[in-house]
Ligand binder design. Sequence first.
Ligand code: FES
Length: 96
Amino acid sequence: MHIIKVCTGGSCEKNFGSEVLKRAEKVLDINVGETTKDGKFRLEKTGCLSQCENAPNVMFCKGTNPQPEVINHCEVKTKLLPPRLEAELTHLKNDS
Ligand code: FES
C-alpha cells in the first residue's frame, strides 16, 4: 500500500499545500484519512517534514498490507506542486 502524506505545516500551506491536498483527493478519488477501494492508496496529512525551504512537500510511504501502519520505506518528494503530484500519483497508480 502507498501512503501519501501531504504536509500541512505553515510553509507548505503557504505554498499551495491546500491545492496539493485537493489534487491528491481528486486523483485518488478519496478524502484525506481514507483508503482507496482497491486498498492500494491511503491519503493522510502530516506536520512539518523539516524541508520547509522546498515547500510544498509530500511524503510517500510504503505500508504493509493488511497492516498499513507497518511502514517499510518513506521518501519525501519536494517542491511537489499539484501538476507534479498528479503525475507522480498517476505513475504509481499505473504501476501498482
Ligand atoms: S511546513 Fe512542510 S516541510 Fe515544513
